[in-house]
Design a protein around this ligand. Structure first.
Ligand SMILES: Cc1cc2nc3c(=O)[nH]c(=O)nc-3n(C[C@H](O)[C@H](O)[C@H](O)COP(=O)(O)OP(=O)(O)OC[C@H]3O[C@@H](n4cnc5c(N)ncnc54)[C@H](O)[C@@H]3O)c2cc1C
Length: 400
């Protein structure tokens, strides 16, 4: 019996598993000849792109409901090491090492929070636990004594996530402050060491973003970062001090450190270089997908750490891992045309196309698209083998 092991139960891991099963079924190969095992510390697929929102009830989807009906073996554990020579993965929790014939590394990314005095008091929205902790903290503000800091939030990082957090926080803080008869006390301040907001989003959408921030009265402190947090006092690198009861860190994503275990070249985000089939050169039998891999989405443009790229990468990696065991032709990775949709809270959203990020929609039109993405399009079918396998085809119209 041959075995495909997938590490990670995020978007890339889930779609890798589905695509591997799809090819196995298509080739009429029984499960006892080729098994697919998915290993993840969480029993759920976490819908990470929604973690800037007030934590929604459906922010996670049980993996067993998505992949169980396909016969994927789901192991709830964290991988602690990869031995490429021995083709085994070690796990925590007293599990035996797991051998593999093909491995798909899809363990995602995490925000990098630098250590500075008081950094332990800073929030982030990188995991459900962190987003829930932020929510709990915000809910507790009404019970704290009135002060300038109480309904002031500092958001560090004016990139994609920071902008979504800051614009969302305006609405959440206004609601909380109004209930405490302190509506005028709300302040949201975006801090970024770059000189502009959305430095990586480029010039295209910036005027729309700036206008939305102006309308929402989000203040900007660019060209600086945080030096320390001491209670409500947030000291910036230019020596100035802000009084803020809430600080959220969003800057800097890196691939999961397990990517480095493969002993292959990494890019500046810690992602593995892969060939056009998403195989890791120099690591026989190992594929990488999602936020841990850095294939090109278009000439000269590596994929972004995004669902939009993680989902199709998962499909190609799972397909190709299975194809290499079943004697089927591998498929070179093809990304769908690049788009972004940035939520701007009560000011709608901005939808762009291409790596030059040409603005196509703004306001409510873009917001409607964002809501569809967040509540429908990024969710895999549940308890529906046919729909899942249909979408798992890397070359289907809905490949991303
Ligand atoms: C607040 C926020 C907003 C975002 N907004 C957008 C957006 O608007 N559009 C967009 O396209 N993208 C967005 N993203 C990025 C998007 O969420 C990621 O790019 C996407 O989740 C990557 O998918 P992945 O499967 O590679 O990794 P992840 O979704 O991070 O999944 C990684 C999986 O690996 C598992 N894992 C971790 N450690 C181990 C281990 N040791 N062993 C085994 N498994 C492990 C995790 O439990 C998880 O199941 C956003 C992210 C955040 C945090």
């Amino acid at each position: 019996m041959k075995k495909i092991v997938i590490l990670g139960g995020g978007f890339a891991g889930v779609w890798s598993a589905a695509a591997a099963v799809r090819l196995r079924d298509k080739q009429n190969v029984p499960r006892h000849e080729l098994s697919v095992t998915l290993i993840s510390p969480s029993p759920d697929l976490v819908i990470r792109p929604r973690l800037y929102e007030q934590v929604p009830h459906d922010v996670k989807v049980p993996l067993r409901k998505v992949l169980g009906p396909l016969g994927v073996d789901i192991v709830t554990a964290a991988a602690t090491g990869i031995d490429v020579q021995a083709s085994t993965v070690t796990l925590d929790g007293g599990h035996e090492p797991v051998p593999y014939d093909r491995l798909v590394l899809a363990v995602g990314s995490r925000v990098v929070r630098p250590a500075f005095p008081g950094s332990e008091a800073v929030h982030d929205v990188d995991s459900i636990e962190a987003a829930e902790a932020l929510q709990k903290h915000l809910d507790s503000l009404a019970d704290t004594p009135p002060s300038r800091a109480r309904f002031t939030a500092v958001v560090v990082g004016a990139g994609f996530t920071g902008l979504e957090v800051a614009t969302e926080l305006v609405g959440r803080l206004r609601e909380l402050a109004s209930a405490a008869s302190a509506a005028d006390d709300v302040r949201v301040i975006l801090v970024d060491k770059a000189e502009v907001v959305g430095p990586e989003l480029g010039d295209g959408p910036r005027p729309v973003i700036e206008e939305a921030l102006d309308r929402l009265a989000v203040e900007r402190r660019t060209g600086v970062t945080i030096d320390s947090v001491d209670g409500d006092r947030v000291r910036l690198s230019d020596g100035s001090v802000l009084e803020a009861g809430t600080v959220v860190w969003t800057a800097g994503m890196r691939a999961h450190p397990l990517a480095a275990e493969v002993a292959a070249p990494l890019d500046r985000l810690g992602r593995l270089h892969v060939d056009e089939y998403l195989a890791v050169p120099g690591a026989p039998g190992v594929y990488a997908a999602g936020d841990t891999a850095a294939p090109e989405a278009a000439p000269g443009h590596p994929v972004t750490q995004s669902c939009q790229h993680a989902i199709p990468q998962g499909k190609y990696a799972g397909h190709n891992a299975a194809a290499s065991l079943l004697g089927a032709p591998p498929l070179p990775f093809r990304a769908a045309p690049y788009v972004t949709c940035l939520d701007l809270g009560a000011q709608g959203a901005v939808f762009t196309t291409g790596f030059e990020r040409t603005v196509l929609h703004t306001g409510e039109t873009a917001k409607d698209i964002k809501v569809k993405i967040n509540t429908e399009w990024i969710y895999p079918p549940v308890n529906d083998v046919e729909a899942l396998l249909d979408q798992a085809n890397p070359q289907s119209a809905r490949a991303s």
